[in-house]
Design a protein around this ligand. Sequence first.
Ligand SMILES: Cc1cc2nc3c(=O)[nH]c(=O)nc-3n(C[C@H](O)[C@H](O)[C@H](O)COP(=O)(O)O)c2cc1C
Length: 170
Amino acid sequence: MGTLVIVESHFGNTWTIGEAVASAFPDATLLRIDNAPKRIDPSVNLLILGAPTHAFTLSSADSRASALERKTAGAQAARSGGFRASATGLREWIAEASIPSTTKVLTFDTCVAGAGPLFGRAAKKAIKSLAASGVNARYGATFWVTGADQLRSEETERAAAWARGLKAEE
Ligand SMILES: Cc1cc2nc3c(=O)[nH]c(=O)nc-3n(C[C@H](O)[C@H](O)[C@H](O)COP(=O)(O)O)c2cc1C
């Protein structure tokens, strides 16, 4: 299978980054977290996990419920555009996942640009959770959204460039 990209997203921003990342790999499969298998096949040599930052960490059932109530421009645009918010989160997926030791694992996240990410971000919490399950993962990158939950315009290209760099490392 090669490269598998699994994404949690509530307003579409992390999903857009996931699409840009997957597009750099001819063999990539991009899956929503709700549809992702818990058991990763040994044929996956690169697993890229993406999630939005909620309350300086990975989402929880409570923060996902808050996301459904969010009134920002990005949240409203996602709802009116029919974007299907993730029903579960990367935190829950990691707790049940089985990942072969031969699979290289990278994490990325989205955050609101500013000081907040200094206090914590989803991709770093994901690494700690994976480590607690015995999985050695590497922090990949953070991509920025505005305070209105809209992806900053340069981030899609930055994500594609990051992924092309990963591809070149393979
Ligand atoms: C409940 C909630 C809590 C959030 N907390 C943070 C936070 O602590 N730090 C931050 O940078 N962004 C925070 N955000 C903004 C999200 O990071 C932003 O909505 C996300 O990157 C959008 O990605 P998505 O469209 O893929 O869900 C929060 C958003 C929600 C809905």
